[in-house]
Design a protein around this ligand. Structure first.
Ligand code: MF3
Ligand code: CO
Ligand code: CO
Length: 328
């Protein structure tokens, strides 16, 4: 069935006047609630991936199996993960550089999808538990797992792009928050501190230390700036499986006692909020938004614990750098 989308008039009613949409309800009880919020658009059919490209086990069914996979990867697996990480990092940078006001996230997905294919990689999110697109696009108050759709990006949006590439039998997972056009100073600050939080977490990676050190470092930095840390989504083990069994909380929890060991690979992906850390989900069962509608940002890297610290598998040359031009 076709539905026409109604757009608000240039001059909006007062809170207690009746809504512009003709529902007969007071404006404050009707469309005022969603004003300035990201609204769901139309999601197009899944794209296909050429059959020459190696596919993860869930690509055709959408059913994700889990199996015992060593947390400590062999040097051979690590080499493959280095490559997957580099591929993901480059796709993320190029997709980020393509963002323009007016472009829809659907168009972003189409461009990004082609970048995966050109590099011989499969977009890990595509049909993962049925997820319909090749990356996640999470704008403004969307915390994570936003689905690319017909919404045109607006001047002033902050847009997180989360890219995961499957190549050589392993996944590389990385995300960053980009500016669309002219972004207000408070949002720019949020994005800057969020990236710093991710780096504080990465710097806390040391063999022999409990994994809770990561969340402690992230939470401390967020608190210093009076920002919230989302609790419902965590970093994860990664390798031949997209989401392995290591859990990386982005806040401090003394029960998070797993000891970091050389050869472990996991993601660090803090989601930081201007307001409260609580979330709610859209009816699509994917899109997570802040409960209070305030903005949120995220950055993510896939990391390897080394003998004396950490290696960022989705970092280095070709990746989005800390002082990168997404600050344009
Ligand atoms: N890339 C996301 C992460 O960082 C996971 C996306 S899964 C999807 O873990 F199904 F939502 F795409
Ligand atoms: Co991840
Ligand atoms: Co990710």
């Amino acid at each position: 069935m076709m539905r026409t989308v109604q757009h608000p008039p240039a001059v909006l009613p007062q809170a207690n006047e009746s809504c512009w949409c003709g529902s007969g309800r007071k404006y404050k009880r009707c469309h005022k609630r969603s004003e300035g919020r990201v609204l769901p658009g139309v999601v197009s059919p899944m794209r296909s991936v050429p059959s020459e490209i190696e596919r993860p086990h869930y690509a055709d069914t959408g059913v994700v199996e889990h199996w015992d996979e060593p947390r400590i990867k062999s040097p051979e697996v690590i080499e493959r993960m280095r490559h997957a990480g580099k591929v993901a990092a480059e796709i993320l940078r190029l997709t980020g550089e393509s963002l323009r006001p007016g472009m829809t996230t659907e168009e972003v997905d189409a461009y990004c999808h082609q970048l995966y294919i050109e590099r011989g990689s499969y977009p890990s999110t595509l049909n993962y538990h049925g997820y319909p697109k090749s990356l996640c696009t999470s704008a403004n108050e969307v915390i994570c797992h936003g689905i690319p759709d017909s919404r045109p990006m607006q001047d002033g949006d902050i847009m997180n792009l989360d890219v995961t590439a499957y190549i050589g039998g392993v996944h590389g997972d990385t995300n960053a928050t980009f500016f669309v056009g002219d972004v207000d100073p408070q949002s720019r600050e949020l994005v800057r501190i969020t990236e710093e939080c991710m780096w504080k977490g990465i710097e806390a990676v040391k063999p022999g230390r409990p994994i809770s050190d990561i969340g402690r470092a992230i939470e401390e930095h967020a608190k210093t700036h009076r920002l919230g840390v989302v609790r419902a989504f965590v970093g994860h083990g990664i390798g031949e499986q997209f989401h392995g069994d290591i859990q990386v909380l982005h806040y401090y929890d003394s029960r998070n006692t797993m000891i970091m060991r050389p050869g472990m690979t996991f993601t660090i992906e803090p989601m930081i909020t201007l307001g409260a850390w609580q979330h709610k989900s859209w009816d699509d069962d994917w899109t997570a938004v802040t409960a209070d509608g305030k903005r949120t940002a995220q950055f993510e890297h896939t990391v390897l614990v080394t003998d004396d610290g950490v290696d960022v598998l989705t970092g280095g040359e070709g990746a989005v750098s800390p002082s990168a031009p997404w600050h344009r």
